[in-house]
Design a protein around this ligand. Structure first.
Ligand SMILES: *Cc1c(COP(=O)(O)O)cnc(C)c1O
Length: 226
């Protein structure tokens, strides 16, 4: 078993925290584990990684069953179809991708019937990309107000998947945008949105400098997906 990748990512997180004057505990490392086989996840678990984020419901369910013996903290980070909400509710501690009314309604309905409260992040389409999910920034406050009125759904912050840029410095403005959106919402609506889920393998250090509290890292941990 080789914990080298994890150790290296940890070190980079630590350094980014130091540069930003933040504590290491303020940033959660989530292993973005789509397409990574269960035995490999087990290795990372034994190296100390506890939080995994899956992107496809079917793949998640399979891994969830395989890991029933271990206290893995599962998140759901992919696009979520409303008709699949029922399969993951109660099994993931955080859904990162709430971005529309129909999904909110289904979450509310299912959470209520299970008698649970589901933590969610609202995904924001910071780059205005049609190919991506996420609420447009101009509709964000209105959407958040709806989420706040929904029983059984507890909003914990914002998430974004910015446009891909070779140079991570070019992604910085999108991370700043998400942080500023959070500040504006917190002050307009008098509430706390503790989490900013932003930063992936090639740009997580910049994201940490701009306030990320959850970084979602795939290839830098697990290697290239095949
Ligand atoms: C795959 C994925 C990641 C991780 O991407 P890497 O570039 O491999 O680190 C992060 N977030 C989401 C939503 C993903 O689907």
């Amino acid at each position: 078993m080789n914990c080298e990748n994890l150790r290296r990512v940890e070190e980079r997180i630590e350094k980014a925290c130091q540069r930003a004057g933040r504590k290491r505990e303020e940033v959660l490392l989530l292993g973005a584990s789509k397409q990574v086989p269960a035995n490999r996840l087990r290795e990372f678990f034994s190296c100390g990684l506890r939080t995994f984020g899956e992107s496809k419901v079917q793949e998640f369910l399979k891994k969830y069953e395989e890991f029933k013996d271990l206290p893995v903290d599962w998140h759901f980070i992919g696009r979520l179809q409303s008709n699949k909400v029922k399969y993951i509710l109660g099994k993931v501690s955080l859904i990162h991708s709430l971005d529309r009314d129909s999904l909110l309604e289904e979450l509310q309905k299912r959470a209520k019937s299970l008698g649970i409260s589901q933590d969610v992040l609202i995904e924001v389409n910071v780059g205005g990309e049609e190919s991506k999910g996420g609420v447009e920034p101009k509709y964000l406050e209105r959407f958040l107000e709806k989420v706040l009125m929904s029983e059984g759904v507890k909003v914990r912050g914002l998430m974004c998947i910015p446009p891909y840029k070779e140079n991570p410095e070019e992604v910085r403005p999108y991370f700043i945008m998400l942080r500023e959106l959070r500040e504006k919402l917190e002050s307009n609506l008098k509430l706390k949105l503790p989490h900013l889920s932003m930063g992936m393998s090639h740009d997580f250090e910049v994201a940490i400098e701009e306030g990320a509290t959850i970084v979602r890292i795939g290839t830098a941990l697990f290697g290239e997906r095949v």
